[in-house]
Ligand binder design. Structure first.
Ligand code: RIB
Ligand code: CA
Length: 306
């Protein structure tokens, strides 16, 4: 039997709905061992409580949750919070405990204790990951891989339609520069592929019909997100990262180097990909979106009564 893949998810759960779906996908995938979940950006404490609640709902309270950094690496970037973080998941006055260790300590300790074993899956701004690499640069050689959601290259077939900057990178471009420049093996899951993958009201109804406690909360949060964005679909940015640990053939990649623009001109946060001899980033340029949605839904609905 193939060995379980050991992962740490670093998340800004709560603003967009996709982080919660990515965590649920990891929790329901027998190929993956979730070593811990760390939170980042704006209000890492509130986000850690959200993860703790998800673990409670899925009987996985043995997975440790650690809060990390709220502010950007240099403290020079405005923080954006949607304002609805926790709604639909946390109850009024509910107390939810999580691990007292700092996210950065947990990331460094876990990677360094298990060289070549741990895959980091950052699905928010890269502040915790950059800080880990600054404090312990050997994380770059000891991590198995960093499969991150962030950036956009506009080098795929949809390039002309895409914006030039992606949220996770724009929120902390200095941190992104540290991570992409670290030499660690990276898979960049950017808007080039994630904007090709949507789920809709149809999938939300399937989650409701499953009558599973976690799926019901996911459906509730998804409904609120549809109202917030005034759409009846949403993009599976973050679940795509997790799905690549299950099936790498979902995407087509190209090995490139990625530099980050981080001065304060309007395009700050841009991920500039180019060919170099020492390229360390597999940039995802295409995705089989139907297959990804099938994988995500089959896992979310697996093992629950219908
Ligand atoms: O740009 C998409 C990314 O921004 C996703 O990770 C989403 O959850 C938000 O963090
Ligand atoms: Ca996210």
């Amino acid at each position: 039997m193939e060995k379980m893949k050991r992962i740490i998810i670093d998340t800004d759960i709560g603003s967009d709905i996709d982080d919660a779906l990515a965590i649920a996908l990891a929790l329901r995938s027998p190929e993956l061992k979730l070593e811990g979940v760390t939170t980042v950006y704006g209000n890492a404490d509130l986000r850690a409580k959200m993860v703790a609640k998800m673990l409670q709902l899925s009987d996985k309270t043995d997975v440790p949750v650690m809060a990390g950094l709220d502010n950007s690496l240099l403290g020079n970037r405005p923080i954006w919070m949607a304002g609805h973080e926790g709604d639909g998941l946390l109850e009024e006055g509910e107390t939810l405990a999580y691990d007292a260790r700092h996210a950065v300590d947990f990331i460094i300790d876990t990677v360094m204790r298990h060289p070549g074993e741990i895959t980091l899956i950052p699905i928010g701004p890269l502040t915790n990951i950059a800080t880990s690499l600054i404090r312990e640069p050997r994380v770059a050689q000891n991590v198995k891989e960093i499969v991150l959601m962030g950036g956009v290259t506009r080098l795929g077939d949809n390039g002309a339609d895409l914006r030039v900057v992606e949220h996770n990178i724009a929120c902390d471009p200095e941190a992104a520069s540290v991570v992409f420049g670290s030499g660690a093996p990276i898979v960049m899951v950017g808007l080039d592929v994630t904007l090709k993958v949507q789920i809709t009201e149809k999938e939300r109804q399937e989650l409701i019909r499953s009558n599973d406690p976690l799926n019901l909360k996911l459906a509730d949060m998804m409904g609120r997100w549809f109202d917030f964005v005034k759409e009846e679909h949403t993009f599976m940015h973050d679940p795509l990262t997790v799905s690549l640990l299950i099936d790498r053939s979902l995407v087509k990649t190209k090995k490139m180097s990625v530099q980050i623009e981080y001065d304060h001109r309007p395009r700050t946060g841009q991920t500039v990909a180019s060919f170099t001899e020492d390229a360390n980033v597999d940039v995802c340029l295409d995705v089989d979106s139907d297959r990804l949605v099938q994988l995500l839904m089959s896992r979310l609905l697996s093992g629950v009564a219908s």
